[in-house]
Design a protein around this ligand. Sequence first.
Ligand code: M6R
Length: 364
Amino acid sequence: DKAGYKHFMAKEIAEQPTVLQGALAHYINHDGTAITLPEPGLDFAKIERFSMVACGTAFYACLVAKYWFEQLAGIPVEVDVASEFRYREPPVTPGTVALFVSQSGETADTLAALRYMEGKAAKIVSVVNVPESSIARESDLPLPILAGTEIGVASTKAFTCQLTTLAILALQAAQARGRITDAELADKLANLRALPGVLNLALAVESKASELSRKLAEARDILFLGRGAMYPLALEGALKLKEISYIHAEAYASGELKHGPIALVDKHVPVIVMAPRDALFDKTVSNMQEVMARGGKVLLITDQKGAAEAGDGVWNTILMPEIDPFLAPILYAVPAQLLAYHTAIAKGTDVDQPRNLAKSVTVE
Ligand code: M6R
């Protein structure tokens, strides 16, 4: 049931504040002071590293989580796409905790990677949407993301719920390893609990996204750029756009621009820069200037401060609410989804059932 929306994808984008609220209520106690993960949980003090494995959008959620686990909790993280991991047969040290992320819980490569880890990793954790799925059933600690049924082939609400669950796990790890004070934790939890409201504000950029998408729909190639934890968001934006609009889109870490992709930039190539005003913003501005100097059309997704500091010359700006940089990857998923959705609408493609794709990839 599309609940009055034209597509499941539109409904699932719009549902994000509500489902996120449910996920937060599941993992944070009612007065917002403590994280409540299922018992027996993880012995975070003993974890030597996380080995995270997933495909597609779930893989990008892992790439974001790597920044969180490393920066907040000081736990080294390796991230692999499942199809590479399973055949590489990497050595696994006993202090490794394997962490699989999958919306369906049935992705063949991810499940095979999980089975490879059985008996090798200290523990198998999964972050899944379908609680009765194979991946959930075969894990020691399945963590539901509580996004509700996702029907659109392009994953939207599952991504933001995966990120939210992983953010909570990273905070718990930081707490258990004594890397965060009680006051800092309380502050982060309060910001998390405010997230549904902030996402609601972000959804208001829909009309602007739709207007810009009519222009994006004319492009043959589109580049996405991001730094730090926004780099995986750039990857996610490019994947979403490719999947449903069939426009060739690629994402790069902003600092990689001059190592090759800048050769592609001319006035026909829109460059979408995902950059909240954070500690790395100045560097991103100089990357944008390099793009603009070559006639590239920059669409900057940032906040008020970022827009003010970016100066003149950008083609267009999408304004996001200001947010704790830790949570920016969750918020910035929304404009990425809306741009892909409206570009596909402008092109007249099949949003919910894009060609050649299946919702769940249960064969290799
Ligand atoms: O069910 P899973 O999360 O394991 O699926 C992984 C990918 O197939 C999936 O995220 C795919 O990339 C989506 N179509 C992305 O929108």
